[in-house]
Design a protein around this ligand. Structure first.
Ligand SMILES: NC(=O)c1ccc[n+]([C@@H]2O[C@H](COP(=O)([O-])OP(=O)(O)OC[C@H]3O[C@@H](n4cnc5c(N)ncnc54)[C@H](O)[C@@H]3O)[C@@H](O)[C@H]2O)c1
Ligand SMILES: O=C(O)[C@H](O)COP(=O)(O)O
Length: 461
């Protein structure tokens, strides 16, 4: 990508009474907006719409929930929807043309893909994880990324509760046997979970929710986290992972995908676990070394395991595990007392509906008003919405490289106008200025825009 600043001015079409917004090309050194009058059919009575919302093109992949699709469609945006993720070549074709993309955990928005996204202004991850997006690249090209940090936490925690009991009672093996016609009534190595120790690795939204549920079923909870955290109930934080592995009957992983968490449960960790203990992973497939897990199951070191996530996952539903080229897939399928689920931790009606609303609203607020509250890779900036009571206003947003002297130059330009409100923030190399200016006319806006565009504080590759 060429030097890809996103120096953005939001402006109204005429000296009209509207806040404006914009579309930008991140392939060009600056991004310009094409505002029009508010779309009266769709605008709420009090709140202004900034531009022709029907110009905004949105690509939604991976079966983003209807709630989110409805919110975006109601804005008048053009929404294209796919049930699955897309192969990279098709993704690149599609992303070239869109201003907004909504994905879930499967779509990889790498630098390679994003550099083709000439018009992209914002990304919505309709899930918790954002590891599938090159956040740094996006930020440096003026593209904020939003997610839904905890709308599916409860769903994941409940799934894990079910798995703990399912593993302790070998529930799925008994059920599979019955499906094949075999009555196999056994109590050998089947346990109550009451009084057993649950070791939670990563005590964030999911881990802490699970902690409460597990204690209410009579389990003792210990947890390991890189941050010192308040333990809920009578849970206890342990200082090092080995303490948790040594003491837990059930070990469950709830850490993000990071370089530090890659294969964090491998041969050494399995060796440190209790004989006959259980492992659950509903975080990311990279966290557990699968061949080592298979070995630990085969030797009886582990009495069972539940995996909801895998080192590689398909874009859509199908016979993935049958024709899987990875040898581990067959290895896993041949084990007893192992629960294999297709990344369904957050797949409940409640979670998907809440995520759809939360992320779609974040996208809408950014596109319409420039608000970045909740962005995971961007300075968080917001000003209240302008209303019809405030004629001849314009909102300027200026995303630039965080280097000394930029604000002085910007304010020298804005200083010729009546700045009602202004807010700035920075995060790493990215800085974001938002200003509301009153009593402006069309020609002033043009000058303002061109002056800001001429400033040289752009990102470079
Ligand atoms: N299976 C699913 O469908 C599903 C659904 C939601 C989330 N997830 C995954 O679960 C992960 C956790 O979700 P969350 O909402 O609880 O995240 P969170 O950010 O609230 O919590 C993660 C915790 O892990 C801790 N942590 C980070 N690195 C660590 C390390 N090296 N060792 C120990 N602790 C570490 C953090 O300090 C934090 O407390 C997400 O990142 C996502 O990848 C999966
Ligand atoms: O990050 C998440 O929220 C989970 O991994 C769920 O991802 P999904 O929306 O692709 O099911």
């Amino acid at each position: 990508m060429a030097s890809a600043a996103r120096d953005i001015v939001q402006r109204p079409k005429g000296p009209s009474r509207t806040v404006s917004s914009s579309l930008g090309s991140s392939s060009s050194p600056t991004a310009t907006f094409h505002p029009t009058l508010p779309h009266s059919r769709r605008a709420s009575p009090k709140q202004l719409k900034p531009f022709a919302t029907e110009d905004i093109k949105i690509l939604l992949l991976e079966n983003v929930n209807q709630t989110g699709r409805d919110i975006l469609a109601r804005q008048g945006y053009q929404v294209e929807f796919f049930k699955t993720s897309l192969p990279e070549d098709q993704l690149i074709e599609k992303i070239r043309d869109v201003h907004v993309i909504g994905i879930r955990s499967k779509t990889k928005l790498t630098a390679n893909v994003l550099q083709e996204a000439k018009s992209l202004i914002v990304i919505g991850c309709f899930c918790i994880g954002t590891n599938q997006v090159d956040l740094d690249y996006a930020a440096k090209h003026g593209i904020p990324v939003f997610n839904s940090p905890f709308s599916n936490s409860r769903s994941v925690a409940e799934l894990v509760v079910g798995e703990i009991i399912g593993l302790a009672r070998q529930l799925y093996d008994r059920s599979n046997e019955m499906h094949k016609g075999t009555w196999n009534k056994v109590s050998n190595k089947c346990w109550e979970i009451r009084g057993k120790v649950l070791g939670i690795i990563g005590y964030g939204h999911i881990g802490s929710q699970l902690s409460v549920l597990a204690e209410s079923m009579g389990m003792q909870v210990i947890f390991y986290d890189v941050v010192n955290l308040m333990a809920l109930g009578t849970a206890r934080q342990v200082p090092v992972l080995t303490d948790l592995l040594r003491d837990a009957d059930f070990v469950t992983c709830h850490v993000p995908e990071l370089p530090e968490t890659e294969n964090m449960i491998g041969p050494r960790e399995f060796e440190q676990m209790k004989n006959g203990s259980y492992l659950i992973n509903a975080s990311r497939g990279s966290v557990v070394d699968i061949p080592a897990l298979i070995d630990a199951m085969r030797t009886g070191k582990l009495a069972g395991a539940a995996l909801d996530v895998f080192p590689s996952e398909p874009a859509g539903n199908g016979d993935y595990f049958v024709n899987n080229l990875n040898s581990w897939a067959e290895g896993l399928r041949n084990l007893n007392n192992i629960i294999l689920t297709p990344h369904i931790g957050g797949s409940t009606e409640e979670a998907q509906s809440a995520i759809g609303i939360e992320v779609a609203e974040s996208l809408m607020r950014y596109v319409n008003e420039g608000a970045t509250l909740g962005a995971v890779n961007f300075p968080e900036v917001n000003l209240r919405s302008l209303t019809l009571d405030e004629p001849n206003h314009v909102r300027v947003i200026y995303i630039h490289r965080n280097i000394p002297g930029v604000l002085r130059k910007v304010n020298a330009i804005l200083g010729d106008h009546n700045v009602d409100k202004q807010v700035t923030d920075s995060r790493g190399e990215v800085a974001y200025l938002m200003a509301d200016i009153s009593n402006v006319n069309q020609s002033e806006i043009k000058d303002l825009f061109e002056s800001l565009e001429a400033l040289s504080c752009k990102f470079r590759d």
